[in-house]
Design a protein around this ligand. Sequence first.
Ligand code: CDP
Length: 231
Amino acid sequence: MPKKIIITIDGFSSCGKSTLARQLARSLGYVYIDSGAMYRAITLYFLRNHIDWSREEQVKEALCGINLSFTFNEKSQQSEILLNDENVEYFIRDLIVAEQVSEVAAIGQVREFAVRQQQLMGKQKGIVMDGRDIGTTVFPNAELKIFMTADISLRVERRFKEMYAKNPNVTIEEVKANLELRDYIDSNREISPLRRASDAILLDNSNLGIEEQLEFAISLFEERITAVPAS
Ligand code: CDP
C-alpha cells in the first residue's frame, strides 16, 4: 500500500484554495473535498425550506432532512455536491447563498453535522480538504497543512469575474462587501473560527501563478510524505 496523508488547505474567502486543492488532488491521485460546498448546500436547504436558523429546534429538524454527497463530473473533471441527490453545485455559488452562509456556518449544530461527515471522509487518508477549520478542528493531526491568503483587491477581482460570468447584474461592490463580511464572521465566530494552525505553512499567492503555487504545494507534499513511516 502506498503511503497516504491528509492535506488541509484553510484560508480567507476566495484566495484560490479550491483551485489549488483540486489541482493538488488530481496530481497526487487524492480525493478533493470542498468543505465550503457543504456549508453552502446546508444554507441553500435552509433558504429553500424557510428554516428560521435562530431556532435550535428548527435547525435540528432541518439537519435530519439533509443528505450531502459528492459526485465526480467527468465532463468538467470536477467534483460536485449533491443535496438529497440533487446536483446543486450551480445554485450554491449564488450571492443569495454567499450572503447567508457564514451566519449558518457559525451555528454549533451545523458545524457538528458537517465536521462529523468530513472526518469520516478522511478515514482512509489520501485526501485534500479545503475550508476554514480543517487544519485546526477537522484534522488537527494532518500531515500537511497550508494556510492561504492573498491581497483583498485580487481576491475581490477573482471572485467578481467568476460571479459576473454567471450573473451580469452582480456588482464589484457587492462582491467586496460579501468577502469582507464573511471573513469577519468566519474569523470572529465562537466555534472553530478561521485561524492559521500553528503548524500550517503560510502561502500568500498574491504574486504567484497557478502553476507556481501547485509546484510549491507538491514540493511540500514530497517533503512530508518521505517523513511518514510506511504502514
Ligand atoms: O470559496 P470561498 O472561499 O469564498 O468560500 P467557501 O469555501 O465556499 O466557504 C463558504 C463559507 O462556508 C465560508 O465563508 C464559511 O462561512 C463557511 N465555511 C466554514 O465555516 N468552514 C469550512 N470548513 C468551510 C467553509
